[in-house]
Design a protein around this ligand. Structure first.
Ligand code: MIC
Ligand code: SF4
Length: 640
């Protein structure tokens, strides 16, 4: 039996373990990426590990998130990242050069290689056939130091694309359809491999929209083959030598299969507040719109924005709508400035932002009270826009642009515009905003501003774990709930004591106070706890507040790894009814925890209710050792 793309890459990169679904494996990482909001912490951790220079083929540090410089904090952190990157041998993409995933795809991604990035949308690079995975900053730091990246051997799901998209239906609608079918927890420990005759109808940017938003399935990653369309993209990027053909064997086997018939797809939207809350744009109805944002790492490519410019050309944005456009990279912006498309966008009345994440992570452009905002982003989680009452609908660039003109959510198939784009044979190539590192680390002084505070490190596990339940939350809690991010908080990503004051802020303002009063304790949660972003701050802030364990119905992959890395024990309810039996402030006791983490079964006494139940601790041998010493940094130091 032949191999699929995923197994081809895993077989050539495995350094530990056995390729059997569910078994832990360690894989060698070829390239890494960081961005600034997770990067400061990742490089502090890299420094703490005491290595000299990175050992990857290439590592790149991007600045794209913390771009609103309201005070010294972001500028200082950027200087820290620039200098630390130079010292350790990491390339540095300057602020203004673009969103990490867009620039990485344009300039660095390579078929059949591996990538980890301290951002959950790292799978974007799967659009050219790379096995690209989002991870916590510490895991990326370890990969930079030459260490393996550990995952559970994934199931590989073949997504068979048949037919061809109709006019005005976008690749965004394909991934929204996958999310509608499989939900935000449908992809945990799975890799989605796209195949079938529909693949060749999609360009690399269209494929990258799909792999980007595969993150919302909770998937380990998503991948496309590297074919003639990929070669076109590499040629245009002047990187033909980085291209190889990369296809699955003709008799490749898969664990599961999903079929999506592109002919049948209609424009879709994900309604507030979840990317899987998907209906057709028609069904959602002609809702009055206040704001439209076209951008983010999901839909800010040259191709996307050229289509948008064609829709806007000669028209004016509806008087009641604020249309905001954020190009994905300087390459995109410059090409559109030179060919006149940017002028069409400006003349329509759109507000043009710099090349960065921007409104996607609440860095400006928060909607007004109860504001309805259509966005081409990948997540519409509660509170993420910066306005708690904001109603975010995820849509394609086509739907967004057409609706910005009409002022109401509009199915773009109602409009007849020719969206054929003459893709340039050569893009403008100018890597002058990507700075190469210093040749050796001796000549670089790392500059550290006062915003950088020491980060918490876990303690050795004792013989028992006791405490109160300091919060009880429901299913699908995101890291945006646990550690919110917006223009007020993002500047403090290297200041955990400050950030911890806002932990769970959008759903329970009393949480930090309660955690301090009871000296930490337990978080009790429903299923898919910690979905969304890779930010390890969603583990670091609870650690700082004394959280010892999270008991949940199930965990999202990256967040579970972040908890373990920080010495917080992830515990799964064995019987979901036991979740019902626990209340806020109940006192729990776990005796014999040292033994329990080895056997995988823990007996939890609820002293308040005088009840008792068993729960599961699913850890690999390495993770057990990590928890015992109070986290991965302690483990790495002890084992170096
Ligand atoms: C996001 O989209 O949520 C972010 C902001 O890019 C995060 C990273 C972070 O929290 O810094 C992600 O996706 O991992
Ligand atoms: Fe940036 Fe948004 Fe993409 Fe996250 S999802 S990397 S915030 S553009």
């Amino acid at each position: 039996m032949g191999d699929n793309l995923v197994y081809k890459i895993l077989k050539s990169h495995i350094v530990e373990g056995e390729l059997k679904v569910g078994e832990p494996i360690g894989i060698k990482i070829d390239q890494t990426l960081t961005q600034d909001s997770t990067g400061t912490m990742a490089y502090l951790q890299l420094e703490a590990m005491g290595i000299d220079r990175v050992k990857t083929k290439r590592s790149v540090a991007f600045i794209d998130h913390n771009m609103l410089q309201q005070g010294f904090e972001n500028a200082d952190d950027h200087k820290f990242i620039q200098t630390v990157a130079s010292k350790y041998g990491v390339h540095f993409s300057k602020p203004g050069n673009g969103i990490c995933h867009q620039v990485f795809l344009e300039r660095f991604a390579r078929p059949s290689e591996t990538l980890t990035g301290s951002d959950s949308h790292t799978p974007t690079a799967g659009g050219v056939g790379m096995l690209a995975m989002g991870a916590g900053g510490l895991d990326v730091a370890i990969a930079m130091g030459g260490g393996a990246y550990y995952i559970s051997t994934p199931k590989v799901v073949k997504v068979n694309l048949t037919g061809k998209l109709s006019k005005m239906v976008a690749s965004k609608d394909i991934i929204l359809e996958v999310l509608r079918k499989l939900t935000v927890k449908g992809g945990v420990n799975k890799v989605f491999e796209y195949a079938g005759e529909g693949v060749k109808t999609l360009s690399v940017p269209e494929r990258a929209t799909i792999t980007n938003m595969g993150a919302e399935l909770g998937a380990t990653t998503s991948i496309f083959p590297s074919d003639e369309r990929t070669l076109e993209f590499f040629k245009a990027q002047g990187r033909e030598e980085d291209w190889i053909e990369f296809k699955p064997d003709a008799d490749a086997i898969y664990d599961e299969e999903v079929v999506i018939n592109l002919d049948d797809l209609k424009p879709l939207t994900a309604k507030p507040h979840s990317p899987d809350n998907v209906v057709t744009v028609k069904k959602a109805g002609r809702i009055k719109v206040d704001q439209v944002f076209i951008g983010s790492c999901t839909n800010s490519s040259y191709e996307d924005l050229m289509k948008v410019s064609k829709i806007l050309k000669g028209n004016k944005v509806n008087p009641n709508v604020s249309l905001v456009i954020g190009p994905g990279s300087r390459q995109v912006m410059e090409m559109m400035a030179r060919n006149g498309a940017l002028a069409d966008i400006i003349s329509s009345g759109a507000r043009v932002l710099e090349n960065s994440c921007g409104p996607c992570i609440g860095m400006g452009q928060a909607p007004g009270t109860n504001g309805i905002s259509l966005r081409t982003v990948n997540r519409n989680f509660f509170g993420r826009s910066g306005t708690l009452s904001g109603q975010i609908y995820i849509v394609s660039p086509e739907t967004a642009a057409v609706s910005a003109l009409s002022g109401v959510l509009t199915d773009p198939t109602e409009i007849d515009v020719d969206l054929t784009i003459d893709m340039p044979k050569k893009f403008i190539i100018d890597d002058s905003m990507i700075l190469a590192p210093a040749p050796t680390n001796a000549e670089v002084e790392v500059i550290r501003g006062p915003n950088i505070k020491p980060f918490p490190i876990g303690k050795e596990l004792g013989s028992e774990v006791n405490g109160r339940v300091i919060i009880k939350v429901e299913d699908n809690i995101t890291t945006d709930h646990i550690m919110p991010s917006n223009s007020k908080l993002l500047p403090f990503r290297s200041n955990i004591p400050y950030l911890a004051e806002f932990c769970f802020n959008t759903i329970d303002e009393e949480f930090p106070k309660r955690a301090k009063e009871f000296n930490g304790g337990f978080i009790v949660a429903g299923s898919n706890y910690g979905q969304g972003s890779s930010r390890e701050h969603a583990a670091l802030a609870p650690l700082y507040l004394g959280v010892k364990a999270v008991i949940a119905k199930s965990f999202a992959r990256i967040h579970k790894a972040n908890l373990i890395n920080n010495g917080i024990i992830p515990i799964d309810f064995k019987n979901e009814e036991d979740y019902e039996g626990i209340e806020l402030l109940d006192e729990l006791e776990m005796e014999g925890i040292q033994n329990a983490i080895e056997t995988g079964i823990v007996k939890i006494k609820n002293l308040t209710k005088a009840t008792e139940f068993k729960a599961v601790i699913e850890l690999t041998e390495k993770e057990i050792a990590v928890i015992k010493v109070g986290g991965r940094l302690n483990y790495v130091k002890a084992n170096n």
